[in-house]
Design a protein around this ligand. Structure first.
Ligand SMILES: CC(C)(COP(=O)(O)OP(=O)(O)OC[C@H]1O[C@@H](n2cnc3c(N)ncnc32)[C@H](O)[C@@H]1OP(=O)(O)O)[C@@H](O)C(=O)NCCC(=O)NCCS
Length: 124
């Protein structure tokens, strides 16, 4: 996805003297005209609940605002309470639902919620 040139990705790393860089999390997004899309955000288990996703998302939203983006969309599994809580806390709102969006014919399928963040009086 990054090689296609159409996506931007940020990573959050920790540097300790003498130790290799540790990757805590990443975010991947793209912009199309005045809309943005978060394609993926994830934080490794040991680094969760320390604000890493919040930092990654703040940088991604600022990058998109600088590119004059007005709205940002993403999809999240309906059962993913951690992610939904996270997105709601930074003012994403639910604007749609895609039935049986995740999974395959042989696996359990689940719905996705479509969330939208609107530029304006939103905190980032
Ligand atoms: C969702 C995810 C990215 C959050 O990353 P994180 O760095 O732990 O999030 P933050 O520390 O920035 O959390 C900010 C807020 O989000 C909410 N939140 C985050 N994880 C939560 C959880 N497990 N349960 C409830 N609320 C949660 C809380 O409101 C939290 O604030 P608080 O810690 O002060 O209560 C992380 O849990 C993850 O990588 N999950 C697996 C991948 C995934 O589901 N990605 C999203 C796919 S759409």
């Amino acid at each position: 996805m990054l090689r296609s040139g159409a996506m931007t990705g940020f990573t959050h790393v920790t540097r300790r003297t003498g130790a290799p860089l540790r990757l805590n999390g990443y975010i991947l997004f793209r912009t199309m005209a005045d809309e943005g899309e978060i394609l993926s955000v994830a934080v490794c288990g040991q680094a969760r609940r320390r604000g890493v996703a919040g930092i990654l998302m703040a940088h991604a939203l600022q990058d998109m605002l600088d590119a004059k983006v007005q709205r940002v969309f993403l999809e999240v599994g309906e059962a993913n309470r951690a992610a939904i809580n996270f997105y709601k806390g930074i003012n994403f709102e639910i604007v749609g639902r895609r039935h049986n969006y995740y999974g395959s014919a042989s696996r359990h399928k689940c719905n996705a919620l479509v969330l939208r963040w609107t530029a304006g009086a939103q905190k980032i």
